[in-house]
Design a protein around this ligand. Structure first.
Ligand code: ATP
Ligand code: MG
Length: 568
């Protein structure tokens, strides 16, 4: 491809609308253009990267024995009504009507459609297992589309769905998919981690996520290298402290804390650490009574864990200040577990602490020296909080670390949720009808492109991992308009490098060398060959590797062999 022919608009300024570096660089390098919130055009150079990712995904899915098909993006409401998700999927689902006022949606996922295919095509256990996949555009009406293609509304997903006679067969395919995913992310040159995950909306048993590790990731992952524990913080159990609770040593004392409500303010005002404070959150209970959840001040409530408690209303809802006032007679910022008029559930760590600071259930007062068992009854305890760095690994190997990650893949054991509701059954060995057991496996193909940039960039721009670069080599031709020898050498090298299988971008624009070098860096092409008249006088060109920045001089005649050997 010749840059003299491609209208490429790059720019230096960081676009105001882009919060993360991948989004900034994709806009600056002209890979992506925004149409509307969460909707993007993949420009020619960006599309080449997307296609490469798709191709690696396709090859590994094929290698793992899955069959590619392509389902419609638009889906009839009837199927979603059959599965029950038309009502419950919520605002993520983009609904529409055709000219006959029939309801449709733009598919955010394809369990319904594939299960409909399966119930029509699969009749006997002899046809199982089978794994179908597609690479296709999805639409989810995300509340906060952001980070460019990382959380878009329209995006490209690889989704696969497998059908089985029994759980054992599902587990085989699930393991094969986990292997395929590891191969895909390894081949793409990404640093990633597989973690145990909550199965969220889709429901079902086992589920793992694959995360590309990056500071900007929206997810937190707890892991322990010593025992291979890795789980999304949403799901990772926080182990109860093994040390017994220290004895009470301070007397209970009420202190005035005028206008002091948040844990940070209380800690600062009383000159104690947040971990010496109790945080009391009032939420709605299942029976519409209010309920207090108590945590250590330095810990965060984990919504999913709280929602699993039978007493807690789902979705977790904080009580309004009015509700709190009506039930316990003071505002939320002054609540504590002593003589509280509502039921209390306490996190393990908060229950194992002594001599704590907590709200006194009176406006502008706190207690110091609060102790369980002495100042309040021994509480009902539960795991209510997010795991934090330094907590013991649930697998026993030592303390956990926390890393941030970008979810690029997700595999689920679905079970028979969809095959039951949509009645997708086969005849088993005994001629009996059984609902098929299902798995589903997603990869955020377009998100991968952004995630790769999050991991691979510097001040000058993108540094593509070679397996997903838009071009392998950029030939920067210096002043081609003025020099016939430069043009000639460029054209010849362009031909020769393509002949040995390299994808080559030629910067033959009529632009200053500095502009060309800056664009080559911004675009992140792994290898740059610069051809200028001065070098050509001694038949030499400059070679520069993008990642290391190393430069060497090569004989013009040796360039093709240099790359061929590298590839070898
Ligand atoms: P998230 O938790 O990030 O919202 P999800 O768990 O809802 O994602 P899945 O239903 O598991 O997503 O979809 C499979 C994959 O599709 C995800 O692992 C992710 O890589 C990708 N994906 C999901 N939502 C988006 C989006 N809005 N933009 C880009 N990629 C997405
Ligand atoms: Mg997911």
């Amino acid at each position: 491809m010749r840059l003299s022919r491609l209208p490429l608009n790059t720019f230096k300024e960081i676009p105001a609308e882009a919060e993360v570096v991948s989004h900034q660089l994709m806009l600056r390098a002209g890979l992506l253009r925004r149409l509307a919130s969460g909707l993007f055009t993949w420009m020619p150079l960006g599309l080449r990267v997307l296609r490469k990712v798709e191709q690696v995904v396709r090859e590994e899915m094929d290698r793992a024995g899955a069959f590619e098909l392509l389902m419609p993006a638009v889906q009839p409401a009837e199927l979603w009504q059959e599965s029950g998700r038309w009502e419950i999927y919520g605002d993520l689902l983009l609904r529409m009507q055709d000219r006959h006022q029939r309801d449709f949606c733009f598919g955010p996922t394809h369990e319904e459609v594939i299960t409909d295919i399966a119930r029509r095509e699969l009749k006997s256990y002899k046809q199982l297992p089978v794994n179908y996949y597609q690479i296709q555009t999805k639409f989810r009406d995300e509340i906060r589309p952001r980070f460019g293609v990382m959380r878009a509304r329209e995006f490209v997903m690889k989704d696969a769905y497998s059908f089985h006679l029994d759980q054992a067969s599902l587990e085989d395919t699930y393991a094969a998919m986990a292997d395929a995913y590891a191969r895909i992310f390894t081949r793409l040159g990404l640093r990633f981690r597989a973690v145990d995950a909550d199965s969220g909306e889709i429901g079902g048993a086992r589920s793992q996520e694959f995360h590309v590790l990056a500071e900007s990731g929206e997810d937190a992952i707890a892991y322990c290298d010593a025992d291979h524990f890795a789980a999304n913080v949403e799901l990772a159990p926080a182990m109860p402290p093994t040390e017994p609770r220290p004895d009470a040593s301070a007397p209970l004392k009420a202190v005035d804390t005028p206008g002091v409500h948040s844990i940070e303010d209380v800690a600062r005002f009383l000159k104690v650490k947040a971990q010496q404070c109790l945080k009391t959150l009032v939420v709605l209970g299942r029976d519409d009574q209010l309920l207090a959840l108590v945590l250590r001040g330095d810990h965060e409530l984990n919504t999913l864990k709280a929602e699993q408690l039978p007493e807690v209303q789902k979705p977790l809802t904080l009580a309004s200040p009015e509700q709190v006032m009506a039930a316990v007679g003071c505002a939320p910022g002054s609540i504590g577990p002593k003589d509280l008029a509502i039921a209390v559930i306490v996190d393990h760590s908060a229950a194992a602490a002594a001599d704590m600071v907590c709200g006194a259930n009176t406006a502008d007062q706190h207690f110091t020296g609060f102790n369980w068992g002495r100042d309040a009854a021994e509480p009902r305890v539960a795991d209510l909080r997010d795991i934090v760095a330094g907590d013991p690994s649930p697998a026993g190997g030592g303390p956990v670390n926390i890393a941030r990650g970008i979810e690029v893949g997700h595999i689920f054991q679905l079970g028979d949720k969809y095959s039951r509701s949509l009645q997708a059954a086969v005849l088993d060995q005994n001629g009996k009808e059984v609902a098929m057991t299902m798995g589903c496996y997603g990869i955020g193909v377009s998100r991968i492109v952004a995630a790769a940039i999050e991991q691979n960039n510097d001040d000058d721009g993108i540094i593509w991992p070679e397996p997903m670069c838009p071009f392998h080599v950029i030939i920067v031709s210096l002043n081609p308009k003025k020099s016939e020898s430069v043009t000639e050498a460029t054209d010849r090298l362009y031909e020769d490098l393509q002949a040995v299988g390299l994808e080559v971008l030629v910067d033959d624009r009529d632009a200053r060398p500095g502009v060309k070098f800056a664009d080559a860096d911004l675009l992140g092409i792994p290898h740059r060959v610069t051809i200028g008249e001065r070098g050509l006088k001694s038949d030499q060109v400059e070679y520069r590797e993008r990642r290391s920045g190393k430069e060497t001089t090569l004989a013009l005649d040796a360039v093709t062999a240099f790359f061929r050997d590298r590839q070898g």
